[in-house]
Write a protein that binds this ligand. Sequence first.
Ligand SMILES: Nc1ncnc2c1ncn2[C@@H]1O[C@H](COP(=O)(O)OP(=O)(O)OP(=O)(O)O)[C@@H](O)[C@H]1O
Length: 321
Amino acid sequence: MNDPLLELREATVSYRTAQGLVPAVRGVDLRLEAGQTLGLAGESGCGKSTLAMAVLRLLPRNAELGGQVLLAGEDVRAMSWGRLRAVRWAQASVVFQGAMHALNPVQRVGEQIAEPIRLHSSRPDNKVSARVGELLEQVGLPARRASAYPHELSGGQRQRVMIAMALACEPGLVIADEPTTALDVMVQAQVLTLLSRLVDELDIGLLMISHDLSVLGSTCARLAVMYAGRIVELGPSEQVLRHPAHPYTKALAAAFPTIGDPASRLAPRGLPGDPPDPAQLPGGCPFHPRCPSALETCSDTDVRLRAVGDRSVACVLEVEA
Ligand SMILES: Nc1ncnc2c1ncn2[C@@H]1O[C@H](COP(=O)(O)OP(=O)(O)OP(=O)(O)O)[C@@H](O)[C@H]1O
């Protein structure tokens, strides 16, 4: 049997800071097969971006990666820099949030899309240009827009350019980190439709990150919900959205009821308090101080994910399958 595109086994990331070691990702197990889509949700600071960056070892220097992060069975922790360069773009790529900042403002977008192609193939220049045109059309932009500078494009068009760049070397895995956060509602929906179409057409695996469960639910078949560096619920999107099992998922699902709800840009409504500082996690379940269903035992029992029907849930409460 083929190795999954991506597999995390007890993956951990801690940041070395003046205040000590900050555990941002705390023992995450995840699996993504070719052609599958997985959404990773959670409030700001729960470790989503850290986890995504760990996959391609794009972490800052003060980060320590532990456990296993396997790309097609190969542990990224054991890869040389040369091997990592070969894997980035070609095997897995990232669409970052905020395309205006991720693109070079003084370089034509076609040139920027061409860069990873040149890095990973010895195609002659005319073939590279043809491939750039093909990629732009694939993301719904005319090929002639290759000569545009980022400021000449709208926010949605720039995000399409970022997606074209991520697809340039035909990776099996694309990681999209808040790909629609900076866009207005209509454009957000268009970019999500584009991502869904590309996933189907190109049979890529997609790991999409957002604080907004409804955005993820519209694009991803499975959802993982993260809190304080751990996955607290994982399962088919429809089940997780319709019948959230973990009290934190319930609060998130209630906070973001529909795609494009302007309020979805804000912190979850009706969920008191803030996520804990990873440097000072409370004892027991890290969600218990904010949990409306907390029992006495939750302050000293830290439950790990357990299977409940098609889902996995990290909660002491009885969960209906
Ligand atoms: N370079 C760093 N050094 C120290 N701590 C960091 C660093 N980067 C992130 N952190 C901390 O790690 C934790 C997880 O951050 P991360 O950015 O992964 O969360 P997130 O869920 O992606 O949030 P957001 O949606 O705001 O990006 C946070 O407490 C954050 O402050």
